[in-house]
Design a protein around this ligand. Structure first.
Ligand SMILES: [Zn+2]
Length: 333
């Protein structure tokens, strides 16, 4: 009997050592501690022994039973602690790739920061607009030929997706008497083919300053500051005449072509200059439309496409790269 007990104990210890997972331990528990297991069979054999041996061997078998149960439990606990979770905790952490701002967002923020630093406040407005705010109040009656400059998405006869952020200027001047010094950043929509230089959805920032005695000289000055801030102090620029129905006189700001340095190339159409934005003195009719007297007040307005500014700044020749979400392009900024 004693021999049998010894070899069983050896066998159990070896089996416990070799068990690799909880399922194997469970098999061992059934094999040795189960109702029909090896240890219970020993108890049955105990019945055959003379009374004096019963007690002694009973105790030994009981001890073995408890030892085996204890070992099984501690092995099971050990397997749990040493499981995959702890192993993973010990591995070096996975560092996710860090994102950064989209180039358009960066330029957008830069423009807004520039104007804010000169005392302009940010105004926003709806992207679905009335014809009056998008055109009428801006000195473009229903039959005005300049409406063709803005190929607009009409929803109904009188309702459209705004084709510029100028409606925000009108809405602000309606509710606020001069001085008005605002910028209107936002999304605009035009019925343009999606090609290298057009996108049906794009971003604008417009600035408007209306007060007593605001002059073209002030407009010229802020444009110079703007060029220095966004494109750098060495950048050449010119302000040349243009036409917009809502400004008089009207102008446009152009900077020296970044690609050819001004000698002429395909990007600048051989002119050596790249147009950045349109500007001018607010047309008296626009002021009248918002019940501000053009005799008492004057103002300047300017507006730019954020994509256009970004394309000039970073020398990008295709607007579509901003929307393709190609990480190889985005990661460069
Ligand atoms: Zn050029």
């Amino acid at each position: 009997m004693q021999e049998k007990l010894n070899s069983l104990e050896k066998e159990i210890r070896l089996a416990l050592k070799q068990a690799q997972d909880p399922a194997q331990l469970e098999d061992l528990r059934i094999k040795y501690l189960g109702r029909k297991g090896a240890i219970n069979r020993l108890f049955k054999e105990l019945a055959q022994l003379p009374p004096e041996g019963k007690k002694a061997y009973g105790e030994v078998i009981n001890r073995l039973k408890n030892t085996v149960a204890g070992e099984l439990n501690s092995r099971l606990e050990g397997l749990k602690v040493g499981s995959k979770n702890e192993f993973e905790l010990l591995l070096p952490g996975k560092i996710p790739p860090v994102g950064h701002l989209h180039p358009l967002t960066k330029v957008f923020d830069e423009i807004v920061t520039f104007f804010k630093s000169y005392g302009f406040t940010v105004e926003t407005g709806p992207e679905i607009e009335y014809d009056w705010y998008n055109f009428g109040a801006l000195n473009m009656a229903k039959d005005h030929p300049a409406r063709d400059m803005f190929s607009s998405f009409f929803i109904k006869e009188d309702l459209l997706l705004r084709s510029h952020t100028s409606p925000v200027q009108i809405r602000t001047m309606e509710k606020q008497k001069p001085p008005v010094k605002i910028i209107c950043p936002g999304r605009c929509y035009r019925y343009d083919a999606f090609d290298a230089s057009h996108s049906p959805v794009f971003h604008q920032v417009e600035a408007l300053y209306v007060d007593k005695g605001v002059s073209f000289g002030e407009l010229k000055w802020i444009l110079g500051e703007f060029v220095t801030y966004v494109f750098g102090a060495q950048t050449r620029y010119q302000i040349r005449p243009s036409f917009f129905p809502f400004t008089e006189p009207s102008g446009e700001l152009a900077v020296g072509c970044m690609v050819c340095g001004g000698t002429g190339c395909s990007v600048c159409g051989s002119s050596g200059w790249l147009e950045v934005l349109g500007c001018g003195m607010v047309h008296p009719n626009v002021l009248k439309n918002v019940k501000i007297s053009p005799k008492k007040y004057s103002g300047y307005a300017l507006g730019m496409g954020v994509e256009r500014v970004a394309m000039i700044k970073y020398v990008i020749d295709d607007i579509r790269v901003f929307y393709n979400n190609d990480v190889r392009f985005l990661a460069q900024f």
